[in-house]
Design a protein around this ligand. Structure first.
Ligand code: KG4
Ligand code: ZN
Length: 343
């Protein structure tokens, strides 16, 4: 496999992402300039089923992957030969979905005789922040809140991540999605709950805040069950449910825990920057409350722009760029790792 040239020239990375229900490709120049960001979302397809159907996701990725890659190259106004490397998500995610992007990336890199870079999807989410804040430099704290993960970690340098804590059961996004489903809202539930919560009272119900004084691990299944039980009990008693109040109170409980644990980590580590990563970081209330709480302890919050909060390939290209600089290349037998860990 080719090693990167050391002469100072522009570096073009193609990023490919297919871990869940978005088929995405992006071209990034020098780790900073987005030349193309193509996302083909399957959300409308999976919405009918109330969540992602893995088999359908894989089939749709197969249909979409090459057109999405071609569109990214076209929009970037480069040729495939101009690429310096192909970076692809190899985990965590749905195995059948991951394999589609991975196979396409391998075929492309092999045919072009360019390095292949295997990217951890969660590290990709964290690295999306380098695109919004060019002054961002490790070490900093990261709160990863997605549909499948909730974790606090220290980004020590561009390749070293120290996990402080993570969820012991449901991820934050999963709690949003499951509660939304019981409330009859459409998939994905996060944006639906956030919109509904705008009209509700966050202090209407006192839902539990789990493990607040218990280190950096999270637990959202108790909160999820408490909200779902409340909805069932009210329905059985024939009482009218104020859905906006439920949404606002649930959201407040979830955010309260995320913010308090993050601030505790800022104080304990003395770090002055915290970044948000993953789909739930699109939540404006979380952004606002975390920014305010961080400021109180002399720290600053960085979060990606909305399009880079949820799954995309720019973040994969960005993580790939830093791996490219370290010559952290994958072998041709790189496989999908559905439960790939952080750090
Ligand atoms: O990072 P992501 O796009 O996919 C995964 O890697 O999981 O995250 C998707 C998750 C879903 O659970 C979705 O409901 C949640 O992010 N999400 C939100 C918001 N937008 C997306 N949660 C709360 N508020 C939002 N505005
Ligand atoms: Zn994601």
């Amino acid at each position: 496999m080719n090693k990167p040239e050391t002469k100072s020239k522009d570096v073009y990375i193609l990023g490919i992402e297919s871990s869940c229900d978005e088929t995405a490709a992006a071209v990034l120049k020098n780790g900073q300039v987005v030349l193309a960001n193509i996302i083909s979302s399957q959300v409308p397809i999976h919405r009918k089923f109330g969540g992602v159907v893995p088999e359908i996701a894989s089939r749709k990725h197969i249909e979409n992957i090459m057109p999405v890659i071609d569109e990214a190259i076209k929009q970037a106004k480069i040729t495939k030969k101009d690429l310096d490397a192909v970076a692809v998500t190899y985990g965590p995610g749905l195995v059948g979905a991951l394999l589609v992007g991975l196979s396409a990336a391998k075929a492309l890199a092999f045919a072009l005789d360019k390095p292949l870079i295997g990217v951890n999807h969660l590290e990709g989410h964290v690295f999306a922040n380098f695109l919004v804040d060019p002054t961002l430099k490790p070490p900093f704290l990261a709160l990863v809140v997605s549909g499948g993960h909730t974790a606090l970690l220290i980004v020590k340098d561009y390749a070293t991540f120290e996990l402080l804590g993570q969820t012991r059961d449901d991820a934050a996004g999963e709690a949003f999605d499951k509660i939304a489903r019981v409330m009859g809202l459409q998939y994905p539930g996060g944006p639906e709950i956030e919109a509904l919560a705008e009209h509700g009272n966050p202090a209407a119900m006192d839902f539990p805040r789990a493990m607040l004084s218990n280190g950096y691990d999270f637990s959202f299944s108790g909160l999820k069950s408490a909200v779902i039980n409340y909805l069932h009990n009210e329905k059985q008693a024939g009482r009218e449910i104020n859905k906006a109040d439920v949404a606002a109170s649930f959201q407040e409980a979830a955010i309260d825990v995320l913010v308090k644990k993050s601030v505790h980590a800022l104080v304990q580590t003395g770090l002055k920057k915290i970044v948000l990563a993953g789909g739930v970081s699109a939540n404006l209330v979380l952004q606002k409350e975390l920014a305010a709480a961080a400021q109180k302890v002399g720290a600053e919050l960085v979060h990606p722009e909305p399009l880079l909060c949820t799954d995309n390939a720019v973040m994969i290209a960005c993580r790939g760029y830093y791996q490219f600089l370290e010559q952290d290349f994958a072998k041709w037998d790189l496989n999908a790792v559905p439960n790939l860990k952080l750090g």
